[in-house]
Design a protein. Structure first.
Length: 246
């Protein structure tokens, strides 16, 4: 089961779905509330809400022993899900460029973005959301030209389908949520796949997750920024299939 990042939808995994299906996996993609073609209610958009939605889907489908994968914010939500529901329905965790354990700096956590940078993103969302997405796209990959024009346009279209309310509320959750205590509750095998050139979730975060999750290991993507699933697709898919198939 794959959980997308902000402000994408499960469509971001198009080039993973094909390989997973061709390798005989059943794969389920969830588009979180507020994004893609899911409903876009007003109200709370914290990690607990998203984790609750995931739990309902897994319970409804009676899923057992799933590999739960999450990209960026989706990785944070996957961590909260495992912590909140004691790993129900899930036997392995895969984190891709995850925005964890904290996306923004604290006095005792000097990594990644200052809170003020996220405040600026929230303000821009309410003023000019297309510009927010355009600015974000410029730092999404290792360089501005790592992804071709077609792929970049495709990603932008997915992001535009999100609601403005969800876009802002999830930025608040990303800015304010501390998952350090959640990491210690993860007792299942975990792979941390992370780009060494990531400008959105710095590689420091991968090392912090590794330190906090007992049964975890890092797979570094030397030539990728945040979009490791598109910049090094063949390696990404191979590593995910290898981990899921063990």
């Amino acid at each position: 089961m794959l959980i997308h990042g902000w402000p994408l939808s499960d469509a971001m995994y198009e080039y993973q779905y094909n390989d997973l299906i061709n390798n005989k996996f059943r794969v389920i993609g969830i588009t979180l509330r507020g994004f893609g073609q899911s409903n876009k209610p007003y109200g709370a958009y914290n990690y607990d809400i998203h984790a609750s939605d995931i739990k309902k889907v897994l319970s409804k489908l009676d899923i057992k022993d799933a590999v739960l994968g999450g990209f960026s914010m989706g990785g944070s939500i996957a961590i909260r899900y495992i912590s909140l529901y004691k790993g129900a329905h899930v036997s392995k965790l895969a984190l891709f460029g995850a925005a964890a354990p904290i996306w923004t700096q604290r006095k005792d956590f000097p990594y990644n973005l200052p809170k003020s940078a996220v405040d600026e993103l929230i303000a821009l969302n309410y003023k000019d959301r297309p510009k927010l997405l355009s600015d974000f796209a410029k730092i999404f990959s290792s360089t501005e030209t790592s992804l071709n024009e077609g792929i970049s346009s495709w990603l932008n279209g997915i992001c535009l389908s999100a609601s403005s309310h969800a876009t802002a509320q999830c930025l608040i959750a990303l800015r304010d949520t501390d998952l350090r205590k959640d990491l210690a509750k993860i007792k299942i095998p975990t792979v941390i796949m992370h780009g060494k050139k990531d400008k959105i979730c710095s590689f420091d975060l991968a090392e912090q997750m590794k330190a906090g999750i007992s049964k975890s290991h890092i797979v570094a993507f030397e030539n990728s920024g945040h979009s490791l699933f598109l910049e090094e697709t063949q390696k990404f898919n191979a590593e995910l299939i290898k981990f899921a198939g063990k």
